[in-house]
Write a protein that binds this ligand. Sequence first.
Ligand SMILES: Nc1ncnc2c1ncn2[C@@H]1O[C@H](COP(=O)(O)OP(=O)(O)OP(=O)(O)O)[C@@H](O)[C@H]1O
Length: 564
Amino acid sequence: MAQHLRPARKRPVSQFAPISEILRAYWKSDRWTLLLVTVVVFLSSVASVAAPFLFSRLVDRLPQDGAASALAWGFVIYAVLLGVASALQHMVQYLSFMSAENLGFITGTRFFERLLRKTASFFVEHNPAEIQNAAARGRSSLTTLVQLGLIVFIPGATQILLTLVTLGALINLEVAAIVVVYGIAAVALTLLSARRARVFLDKAIEAGQENARFVGNAMNAMETLRHFGSHGWMSRRFRAKAEEVRDNWRAYVLQRVGYIALLGLGLSVQFAVTFLLLLPRYEAGTLTIGDIVLFNTLLLQLNMPFEMIAHAIDDVVRSRAALAPLATMWAAPEERQVSHAPAFVPSDGRIVFEDVDYAYGNGRGVKDICFTAERGSITFLVGETGSGKSTIFKLALKSVEPDQGRILVDGIDLTTIDRADWYSAVAVVPQDVVLLNESLADNILLGRPRDDVRLRLAAEKAAILSFIVDLPAAFETTVGERGLKLSGGERQRIAIARALYGDPAILFLDEASSALDEATERDIMEHIRLLARDVTVIAITHRRSVIVSTDSVIDLNKQRLHAG
Ligand SMILES: Nc1ncnc2c1ncn2[C@@H]1O[C@H](COP(=O)(O)OP(=O)(O)OP(=O)(O)O)[C@@H](O)[C@H]1O
């Protein structure tokens, strides 16, 4: 028995869905680098606290008679510690950069794999520019998050801890407490201001994403826009959205500037209070000059990680906002998978629609569709525009599933047939032929193993072989973006060759010959009629002239339709 998995669309949308999956894969692939980074960070933090500590002790002993030459080695060790601290810090940066690149690779490849499984409606809603924008922003925000963790949070926290211990143990607990209070206040203030500024960020990201979608639409319709003189209109719309992005970023930055001024004031107060506390102790002789120097260095050093952490919080908030479009796309429904279904190979290739209903979100679609398509002749679907021909193809290709009724293939319910099995049995020539900017051979093969004899045969049946072999690079000729270096008819014939290359058991033709001239169309249809003896052929057409008396005709005008 076939078991169904629940449709993916039932899953709730979570902003963290991509993060947890990607981070798990990242940890698996990069855990040794991450551990190495942690060790290096720890050593560099120890070195950067030990160096000023050693220096302050040396300074204190310098005034003693004859101490200078005896302390020479101490200064050399101090110099080495400085060098080690600096080298290790840089090493962390490069290691984390390398690791972040790997994270970018994981994010990019995982997202692309998910895209390949998205439903047809996902690509109705989103265009390539918009998807690309979401992917690029999401990828860079995830790498920022990890780099922050590696370069800022881990080193910052280690350094804060070590410095506080040194400060507290050797100088003054009160001073350590003041710095901690300042640090906590700085971080809390950052969180608060980041939360308040987030609304601007979210709006900026959303408007940026809308603009990317808009650019994608404009790119697809560039020729039409040119013909209708619509440039002014398009650029005004783009500009309005771009201004929204800019203004929201501006509002965000202004908020942050106010907050930074407040932090600066806090820093001055912190230093003033602590010096006022320490000076009387120096006068009383309980603190040395070395202690004051060490205190100053450590205080500066301690404030640095606090500020870095505050900065990082800001970056985290920005990255989170930038991740939102990717997260939404990540969670969008995917094609339904059927597990444990037996491998399906059509025998007679008999397709039966039994009272099939399907309605889109707007209520329109098809209703009570009943017909049988068999081998021996071409089954034509005819009907006026909007009568549901393409919807029937979507149902037959499992892009959507019937709300009611069944589609049977050799007596087996199509919903129980594994998508991969079904796709390996069928071939489609769509109405809008999509070619990749690759070679003609690649466009016909689309990743299937190359067999030159079959390649030529498929091209011959699609009446495109002589055209291809006359080209200087023959099958290796590249076709331009969306195949625009070919005519509409040539593109359609490539699509037909692509469909025939796999020797399909079932062939769907969606107005496959509408861009061809009469003679070529007749020629190709004759080839297809011959194929129809061994292949089930279902074709949509608006041109009744292609139909001959031996073909079967399903007239959708006579079937009931959902009114929207
Ligand atoms: N993605 C969609 N979302 C909402 N409604 C849709 C969608 N696709 C089609 N429809 C509606 O479903 C009905 C059937 O459309 P369909 O595209 O199947 O018709 P068709 O016979 O192929 O039309 P044409 O001959 O113009 O290509 C129409 O009313 C159409 O507006």
